[in-house]
Design a protein around this ligand. Structure first.
Ligand code: 2PG
Ligand code: MG
Length: 418
């Protein structure tokens, strides 16, 4: 089974922004496709996303240049070859020739890389997650704990609440199916609680409620009220995770965090997180400090690292080199993994392997501008990653990932019974 052609299509993501779909045409006439997401709170160290930058069309966000790269450079390079993701990723990195994939575009390269992986799984007649496990040198796979984003703020909502995501993780549940039942119950209880307190139940970009709160404690109190209101003992099975996305409210020149009307140093912020950890079942904090504030990261890791997962998103950008530096310095104890921050499946697997080797927890993540591609669900299972976040429990693009996990879980259960 060989690749005869690679082509691209401009499609639209969950925000109605253009993004790229790649199609591989195989010599048995099968067509395999993959599409890539886009982040809004993008870190400075992410690989380059190639956009048209023509202001008179789609606000400069079009991806016609990326399609041209697919068809004029990538297609001739892969034509006539059997799909083999590691070899092809290396080839594409070389063909691009830049540090940040800015010539061909990380979006162009990643869409190709995922499509090649899918074609390879057809060639070897395995499920996508099984092939990922094989490439990761794993004999078994597991279903990750989901972090469901039920309150949206920051750049993902039309409110001025700085915390980008308040997530609930039903880590005491025995299966992913039970977790889905738990979270949907809590979600609708939260809707009633928000209404009771006169808050908006409009939805944010990732399918959670985008209400306005005076401070993070108020938001967390209402989430705890919703968990209790469900009346099923979820207090014992659910914990809380936050994505503070602190780079988006950090003044780099003054080295000050602007938290609503409060201005805080990294030391004061560290104290605030410590008090949240004392008062709520706080399991994980993502991006508690800005991407270049390594002192803040170090202090919090020392203070809370034994009991709370401190997860790096913007600071690591899924880049094995950046994760390595953090490991050396004892910064954080968990990493957010987003394939489009680095741009190939192979480098994503390298980042995950590195985390596992040094016992950093792995959180496989979606982006806020998503498509219906469910690749990250297979990625999380195939690498046996500990956690998975794909937004709230509304929005087809979020449910595409969660429903894929349900499907995989059923398949794994059946295999156990065999
Ligand atoms: C994040 C992500 C996904 P974005 O910060 O973790 O939730 O947001 O894709 O906008 O960077
Ligand atoms: Mg984040």
């Amino acid at each position: 089974m060989k690749i005869t052609k690679v082509s691209g299509r401009e499609i639209f993501d969950s925000r109605g922004m253009p993004t790229l779909e790649c199609e591989l045409i195989l010599d048995n006439e099968l067509i395999v496709s993959a599409s890539v997401p886009t982040g809004l709170s993008r870190g400075n160290y992410e690989a380059y996303e190639l956009r048209d930058e023509q202001k008179n069309r789609l606000g400069g966000k079009g991806v016609l240049k990326a399609i041209e790269m697919l068809e004029t450079e990538i297609s001739p390079a892969l034509k006539g070859k059997e799909p083999e993701v590691v070899e092809m990723d290396m080839h594409l990195i070389e063909l691009d020739g830049t540090e940040d994939k800015s010539r061909l575009g990380a979006n162009t390269i990643l869409a190709t890389s995922i499509a090649v992986l899918r074609a390879q799984s057809l060639l070897v007649e395995t499920e996508l997650y099984e092939l990922i496990a094989y490439l990761s040198d794993l004999n078994t796979v597991s279903i990750p704990f989901p972090l469901f984003n039920i309150l949206n703020g920051g750049m993902h909502a039309e409110n001025s609440f700085p915390i980008q995501e308040i997530m609930v993780a039903p880590i005491g549940e025995k299966s992913f199916r039970a977790s889905m039942e738990t979270i949907t119950t809590i979600f609708y209880c939260l809707k009633q609680v928000l209404k009771k307190h006169g808050k908006s139940t409009a939805l944010g970009d990732e399918g959670g409620f985008a209400a306005q709160f005076s401070d993070v404690q108020e938001a967390l109190d209402l989430v705890m009220e919703a968990i209790a209101r469900a009346g099923k003992g979820y207090e014992d099975t659910c914990v809380i995770a936050l994505d503070c996305a602190a780079s988006s409210w950090y003044d780099t020149k003054k080295k000050i965090y602007q938290w609503q009307d409060r201005r805080m140093t990294n030391e004061q912020l560290c104290e605030l997180y410590a008090s949240l950890a004392q008062n709520y079942p706080l399991h994980l904090i993502e991006d508690p400090f800005a991407q270049d504030d390594w002192d803040g990261w170090g202090a919090l890791t020392e203070k809370l690292g034994d009991s709370v997962k401190i997860a790096g998103d913007d600071i690591f950008a899924t880049n094995p080199h950046r994760i390595s530096s953090a490991i050396e310095k004892g910064i954080a104890n968990a990493a957010i993994i987003k394939p489009n921050q680095i741009g190939t499946v192979t480098e994503t697997l390298q980042a995950i392997n590195l985390c596992k080797e040094y016992e950093y927890a792995v959180v496989v993540s979606h982006r806020s501008g998503e498509t219906n591609d469910s690749f990250i669900a297979d990625l999380a299972v195939g690498t046996s990653s500990g956690y998975f976040k794909a937004g709230g429990c509304t929005g087809g693009e979020r449910l595409a990932k969660y429903n894929r996990l349900l499907h995989i879980e059923d398949e794994l259960m059946l295999a156990l019974l065999d």
